[in-house]
Structure formats: C-alpha cells, structure tokens
Ligand binder design. Structure first.
Ligand code: GTB
Length: 217
C-alpha cells in the first residue's frame, strides 16, 4: 500500500518549505519510504471529503491503507515508530527523542507562531509596535535556552532523531525574521539539518510542486 500525504496545491510561501507537509516529507525521506502526494486547494480543504480525513480542514494528512492520520507531530511520530532511522532503539533514548519532538511543537513553536501572527495579521493594529518587542523577547528567550542545551553538540541528544527533525523544522520558520542569525550555534544546527540528503530530497519535491504552479498574481 502506498503512503499518501496531502500538501497545498499552491503553498502561500511559494515553495520555501515552510508548510508542514515538508516535515512529513522529510521524515519519509529519512526512513526511505516512498510516498505519493495529493495536492489540495484551499477550497478543497474545507470540503467534506477532506474534512473526513482532517477535522480542521488542514494539511498535512497521512494515509496508509485503512489508517488516516492528521497532525504533523502524530504523523512524524507514527513514521518514526514504524520505520527505522528516526528513533533510537534504546528505550530511554527513544523517550528523550520523543520529548524533543514535543518540546519543538509545544514549547518552541508557540512563540514563533505568535511572532508570525504579530507580523502578518496584527501589524496594522494601534498596539502592534508596543507588543512586538514582547513577542520577540519570548522567542529570544526560548532560543537562548535551546542554544544553551545544544551547546557544541551536532544534535539534541546523540544521533539525529525525529526530535531534531521537528526542532529544525520549527526553527526554519524563524529564518525570515533574522532572529536565527543572531545565534550562530542554532544557525549551524539548522544548516546541518538542511544539509541532510533526506531534507534536500524533501525540499526539492516540495519546491517542484510550487515551481510548477506559481502563485497567482
Ligand atoms: N497543528 C497542525 C499540524 O501540525 O499538523 C497545524 C496544521 C496547519 O497549520 N496546516 C496549515 C493549513 O493547512 C498549513 S501548514 N492551513 C490552511 C488552513 O488552516 O485553512 C502552516 C503554514 C502555512 C503556510 C506557510 N507559509 O506559506 O509560509 C507556513 C506554514
């Protein structure tokens, strides 16, 4: 049975790799699983056929035979548990790698999303200039703690794992803000992730979709 995931028919970032199908593509490339991609328009996301698979009408989703999943973290964890290459065999090391996945999604990503919201949706509000430094501080605070823990290691806990995949994917959302450049340690960590052949393959496939369908206008 072929694994099928969903991705935007036309990603708003024009294929920079920020939409979350990239995280699933990267995981599948790391474990060497072939997959098909079903491209979905924004309108189709909210239609019954897609809502049956994803109750919130979003991408990515994952289908393998009778199994249908949504939520990137759950999908990547499923892939990592099902196939070798993204989680250590040792039970405690495995638990720590999973902890880093949760830390990426629940502790590091929320302030980054808050920054994106502030920049994209709140810039015209009268209180935006007062709020922005607070939002940036919260991101910096998380980055400093993460950088301190990573120290001079290549990866967060021994060998590259699904925890690194998720953390690097989350940090990539910061690139446009310039905040990542302020921390050479984390910038190098992200660059190591992007240099992985599996990441490159995933990125090229993601970009190819959007290069073939340039954003309208
Ligand atoms: N918690 C869910 C998960 O992790 O899977 C969140 C999924 C989600 O946010 N999906 C977004 C979506 O489908 C795409 S990834 N949005 C459409 C909708 O809600 O109607 C978020 C995203 C979108 C676009 C960019 N970009 O263009 O830069 C980056 C990230």
């Amino acid at each position: 049975m072929t694994i099928t995931i969903t991705a935007f028919e036309r990603s708003p970032d024009g294929g920079k790799g920020l939409a979350r199908d990239m995280r699933v593509r990267w995981a599948l490339e790391e474990v060497g699983q072939p997959y098909a991609v079903r491209l979905v328009s924004f309108a189709a996301l909210k239609q019954p056929a897609h809502l049956a698979l994803h109750p919130f009408g979003q991408i990515p989703t994952y289908e393998d035979g009778d199994l249908g999943l949504f939520e990137t973290g759950a999908i990547v964890l499923h892939i990592a548990e099902r196939h070798a290459g993204l989680l250590p065999d040792d039970a405690e090391a495995r638990a720590r790698a999973i902890t880093w996945m949760f830390a990426a999604l629940n502790t590091v990503e929320p302030p980054i999303l808050e920054l994106a919201t502030a920049r994209i949706h709140e810039a015209d509000k009268p209180w935006a200039t007062q709020r922005m430094p607070l939002v940036i501080d919260r991101v910096r605070h998380r980055l400093a703690s993460l950088s301190h823990r990573l120290d001079d290691a290549d990866w967060l806990d021994g060998a590259f794992s699904a925890g690194d995949l998720m953390m690097i994917s989350v940090l990539l959302r910061l690139r446009a803000s310039g905040l990542l450049d302020d921390d050479p340690n984390l910038s190098a960590y992200v660059a190591r992730g992007e240099a992985r052949p599996a990441y490159r393959r995933a990125f090229e496939a993601h970009l190819a979709v959007n290069a073939a369908r340039p954003a309208a206008g």
